[in-house]
Ligand binder design. Structure first.
Ligand SMILES: *[C@@H]1O[C@H](CO)[C@@H](O)[C@H](O)[C@H]1NC(C)=O
Length: 263
């Protein structure tokens, strides 16, 4: 009996050791070579830590890395590769991992070369700042609303989305989405603290506690649509995906034949 328990324990031990460097509720996902390939195929900014379970600096970094992962979740996914695992060794070799931990950011999946973290102490704050800075900025900021019509016209072949908010800057969320949908949707930003530009488009209704507006122009169209879903990563991503794959409600409405009269 004891022997059985011991054997069972020994069998699960390697897995436990691997997982143990990150806290149990971590947003850091472990990657194998297949998983890494998937991450390289999407075009998102992703962070990957190459670690070994026995490495002291890895253990020291793990809670900070995990905290950064939680802070940037779901905008910038954080991953880890256990380079001690036999199956991962070729991957760690092609990534030229020479010391542990090596943290890399891939600004656009496999489309742009990965960059090593070299910004000092690996604290969560430093990691967050570094990862945020690494997101390519594809947002066309138009401080002056007179510039917007020209931008809309120039990108008429694409769906275009403009964030109107109260701030001079756009949030990281918008920058992340602009990178994720680069070349598929054109992203703009305009600071509209008094809602003047929104009003000029006919969007005046203001909901309590909800100021930011996302205005959408379908490809080829100059008629603005007000997005009415949630202003978070998941609902916005779902909506943009539906625009790209052609299933968005407003797209269906324009391509479906008019309903026949039933009377
Ligand atoms: C990633 O970007 C490339 C080049 O812009 C594009 O061809 C590809 O479809 C994109 N992949 C995804 C999953 O969006």
């Amino acid at each position: 009996m004891i022997l059985h328990t011991l054997t069972a324990l020994l069998l699960v031990l390697p897995a436990l050791v691997t997982a143990a460097i990150f806290p149990p509720d971590t947003k850091v996902k472990m990657l194998d070579p297949k998983g890494f390939k998937r991450v390289m195929k999407n075009n998102r900014t992703s962070v990957v830590a190459f670690v070994a379970p026995w490495c002291g600096h890895c253990k020291q970094m793990a809670p900070e890395y995990s905290k950064a992962a939680g802070n940037l979740n779901p905008m910038v996914p954080f991953y880890a590769v256990d380079c001690d695992a036999e199956a991962n060794k070729p991957l760690c070799a092609t990534q030229e991992i020479q010391g542990f931990p090596t943290v890399k950011v891939f600004p656009r999946g496999g489309q742009l070369p990965g960059q090593k973290y070299e910004s000092g102490e690996r604290t969560s704050n430093n990691l967050i700042k570094w990862a945020s800075r690494s997101v390519p900025n594809k947002i066309k900021a138009s401080p002056n609303h007179d510039d917007i019509p020209e931008w809309l016209e120039k990108n008429i072949d694409l769906p275009r989305v403009i964030l109107l908010n109260r701030d001079k800057k756009f949030p990281l969320l918008w920058q992340v989405l602009g990178n994720n949908y680069h070349k598929k949707i054109a992203f703009g930003h305009h600071s509209d603290p008094e809602g003047k530009f929104a009003a000029s488009l006919g969007f005046t209704a203001r909901e309590e506690g909800r100021f930011s507006k996302v205005i959408v122009y379908p490809a080829g169209s100059s008629v603005p649509i007000l997005y009415e879903g949630g202003n978070k990563y998941e609902p916005l991503s779902k909506y943009f995906r539906s625009i790209v794959d052609g299933t968005a409600d407003f797209l269906k409405a324009s391509t479906e034949p008019p309903a026949k009269d039933e009377l």
